[in-house]
Design a protein around this ligand. Sequence first.
Ligand code: CA2
Length: 146
Amino acid sequence: MAREILVLNGPNLNLLGTREPDVYGSDTLDDIVANLERLADERGYEVRAMQSNVEGELVDALHAAASAGLLGVVFNPGAYTHTSIALRDAITATGLPVVETHLSNVHAREEFRHTSMLSAVCLGVVLGFGPKSYQLALDALMTHLD
Ligand code: CA2
């Protein structure tokens, strides 16, 4: 059976590469996912990618990943990071190892970005390295799973 990892992205990340390149870089989400697929393949994993702007769909994606036997999640929850008890509960409920991942260094930005509802229930957090954050998160997750 394939060893699958979910790469899950939240609100507005579908706009990557099209706006605010000074904050979020010039790579599109497709570029980032293609890169992760290569890295995963080198280590015997497969990546399944999903993006949604809807909080409940992200909850559903976490449930579906657990039900389908996916092994873990690289998750950039976007702005829901700072607000979503529902996503926190979903991570706890599924028991999946989740690496919270951010392009920007949220601690160097506005105060409201300094709090995460999710970090405490995640395996770890990677932030501030642009698209490289995703690669570091995937690498750490695969090492954890190995
Ligand atoms: O740094 C990150 O990865 C964030 O999760 C990005 C979220 C932000 O609310 C979090 O505080 C930190 C925002 C994603 C917005 O993505 C855009 C991409 C291109 C253009 C505009 C927005």
